[in-house]
Design a protein around this ligand. Structure first.
Ligand SMILES: [Zn+2]
Length: 412
């Protein structure tokens, strides 16, 4: 069913009452939140007469959650919305699929919103080509010389890229050997991106490659590094440069054989919403790297956190079905892993709301504040003390319009 956001949004005016409100940064206590025409119009204001009241007693109202690392399609965006995720930040896509998907997202209220870098810069046979064989991808644009970088950057921006992505991966954590992007190409992409007011994010999973992209001046890391224990020097360098990190503990758990996805799959709040195929996928692991590497990722997270680095919750859930992950469900798993890594539940919630909104310039969301989009998730219980309560989704609104809470047939 396609509905235009405006047609529905113009009619809705309601107040959520009785719920504890976490505004994306702090707990406001039990206050009213009034929504009209798809926008939050007041928080703790005077309750207007004659509007619909939504009873949130015993529940907590959160800004719609943001997954800061996915690879997505329409089915995935719909599934995410049923789990209270209202925005996905895709981290590599084919324009032939992303451009029509974004059109569909603009017209439909039952899909989470999406941003994307379009195609990432990687060598012709570089990561993640080895994972995408058989996907029927069109030829990927790339660059092998510094003087080809401006055209690469212009090309992605013309495809609607919201940010740029570079991938520096030699494959050894995946048990393979891959051609690796040259440092001068990363530095040139940063230069050309910044000249166009566009952030450049990097895939780098080892201490050595992370160090290289940090020196090249990237704005964010799309994974933590976990090949060996971190060095204080690298942590300090990331903090000093103001770089943000999306640790993606979810995918690192899968790569290292940690059964985080399998535990999530056993939760009825998850299993009731996923198809058997997705449950099966979530229950698996890639198990390509030694188990102790997961511990390195947790220690790195704690060190980044102590150093004051902005941490964003992201999963690397992929519509192609990478084992150990499922869209929507996995962000809740990531929040638990952040808490396992030393975050308070409130800090974990910030990592999935106000922090990604601030770092990605999504000024209209990620907070519960008058004037912002009414992207809201109502969950039973109190996730500000018990992070597992985020899975108890009672209602979700995208731009003030109620989103689906149950899956629909895969034929959609
Ligand atoms: Zn990814």
């Amino acid at each position: 069913m396609l509905r235009t956001t405006e047609a529905n949004g113009a009619m809705n005016h309601f107040v959520i009452t009785g719920a504890r409100v976490f505004d994306g940064e702090d707990l406001l206590g039990v206050v009213d939140v009034e929504v009209a025409d798809g926008t939050i119009v007041s928080v703790a204001g005077r309750r207007p007469e004659g509007v619909e009241l939504i009873d949130g007693t015993g529940a907590t109202l959160l800004p719609g959650l943001i997954d800061a690392h996915t690879h997505t399609d329409a089915e995935s965006l719909r599934q995410s919305l049923t789990f209270g995720i209202t925005t996905e930040l895709d981290m590599l896509s084919m324009p032939e699929r992303m451009i029509p998907l974004r059109r569909q997202v603009a017209e439909s209220s039952d899909l989470a919103d999406v941003r994307s870098p379009s195609v990432g810069l990687t060598p012709a046979d570089g990561h993640p080509h080895q994972l995408r064989q058989g996907e029927g991808d069109p030829p990927w644009p790339t660059a092998t010389r510094v003087d080809e970088i401006p055209a690469f950057v212009e090309g992605r921006i013309a495809e609607g890229a919201d940010y740029l992505k570079v991938l520096v991966e030699d494959g050894h954590l995946f048990g393979s050997s891959l051609p690796r992007l040259a440092p001068e190409l990363v530095a040139a992409t940063v230069r050309e991106g910044h000249a166009r007011n566009t952030m450049v994010l990097a895939h780098a999973m080892t201490i050595e490659t992370a160090d290289q992209v940090v020196d090249a001046g990237v704005d964010g890391l799309t994974h933590s590094f976990f090949d060996r224990p971190h060095t204080d020097e690298l942590i300090e360098k990331i903090a000093a440069a103001g770089i943000f990190v999306i640790p993606t503990l979810t995918v690192i758990a899968s790569i290292t054989g940690e059964p985080a996805g399998a535990q999530l799959a056993q939760d009825p709040r998850v299993s009731s919403k996923l198809t058997p195929t997705w449950l099966d996928n979530l229950s698996g692991t890639m198990a390509m790297s030694p188990a102790e590497n997961f511990g390195y990722a947790l220690e790195t997270l704690a060190a980044l956190h102590r150093a004051g680095v902005d941490i964003l919750a992201g999963t690397d859930a992929a519509h192609l079905g990478a084992p150990g992950m499922a869209h929507g469900a996995s962000l809740h798993g990531e929040l638990r892993l952040l808490v396992m890594g030393g975050f308070t539940p409130m800090e974990a919630l910030r990592a999935a709301t106000s922090v990604p909104a601030r770092r990605f310039g999504l000024d209209d969301r990620g907070r519960i504040k008058p004037g912002l989009r009414a992207d809201l998730t109502l969950v039973a219980g109190d996730p500000t003390t018990t992070i597992g309560d985020t899975l108890s989704v009672q209602r979700v609104w995208r731009g003030g319009i109620p989103g689906p809470l149950t899956p629909t047939p895969a034929a959609r």
